[in-house]
Structure formats: C-alpha cells, structure tokens
Design a protein around this ligand. Structure first.
Ligand SMILES: [Fe+2]
Ligand SMILES: [Fe+2]
Length: 151
C-alpha cells in the first residue's frame, strides 16, 4: 500500500489498490499451492486470472489512457503496457495451467514487481499529474469496466 501520500483518497486509486490487495492474496495462495505441489493449483490459478484480467483492462482504459498523452509519460506507460502483455502471455494465457512451477513462480515475481511499481510510483505520480477532468474520465472508465464485469 502506498503510505507516502494520500493518493488512496482518490476513489479510482483506492479501487485499484483494493484490487491489488486481492490479487496479492490470490497470487500468494497460488505461490503456496505451486511450492507445495498441491493439486489445487489449477483452481488457485483460475481465481487469480478472474481477478487479474479485468484489473489490467481497467487500468489500461482508465489511468494508462489518461497518463500516456501527458508530456514525458508515453514511454513510462508503454513500459507498464509491456508488463501487462507479459502477464497476459504467462499467467493469463490459455495455456497457463501447463506452465512449470518455476515459470509460474517467475511470473508471480514479475506481477508482484509490477504492482509495486504501480503502488509506489504510478499512483503517486498520477496524483500529481492528472487534473480533475482526467480523474473524472478515469472514474468513468472504471464504471464502464465494472458494468462490463458484472454483466
Ligand atoms: Fe497494472
Ligand atoms: Fe495494477
């Protein structure tokens, strides 16, 4: 959690942070299942996928879309998109259940690092950079994503 500023007071950031907490718990569960060779690994993977897929899409149509046009942020947002693409080609891949234990653990490490970057760098930076109109657009994108997810 970002304790260095009051960025969680902004509703969309609070929402993404809450999702990060849930994804972090599901990732920790999957890690335990993989490390212990548990047969429940597929269920843990599928629970993580169900939370992670919509979360990535929400960030992309919300925060990323509002930030990428800001001076100096195109490259930064491109890196984050690249990290999402890596998650889609590993943990979210249709073949993810076939991944070896070391591959799953490496993908979970990447995901954890990505979430840290967002919590400690992206969120505080967004708070400084985005204006009220941009935040309203992020909130509207979240509403769209949430409506889509519950449909
Ligand atoms: Fe992300
Ligand atoms: Fe995220």
């Amino acid at each position: 959690m970002c304790d260095h500023c009051d960025c969680r007071e902004l509703a969309p950031i609070g929402e993404l942070s809450t999702e990060h907490e849930r994804i972090g718990s599901l990732a920790a569960l999957l890690r335990r299942e993989v490390e212990s060779g548990s047969p429940d690994r597929a269920a843990a993977l599928s629970a993580l996928q169900a939370a992670l897929g919509p979360h990535l899409a929400k960030e992309e149509i919300g925060l990323f879309a509002q930030l990428e046009g800001r001076p100096g942020f195109a490259w930064y947002v491109e890196q984050l998109h690249g990290e999402h693409a890596r998650a889609r080609s590993s943990l979210l891949s249709p073949d993810a259940v076939q991944m070896s234990a070391p591959e799953v653990l490496a993908a979970l490490d990447d995901l954890s690092e990505h979430i840290q970057t967002e919590e400690y760098d992206l969120f505080p930076a967004s708070r400084l950079i985005l204006d009220d109109l941009a935040w309203a657009k992020v909130a509207a994108a979240h509403d769209t994503a949430n409506a889509h997810a519950t449909r």
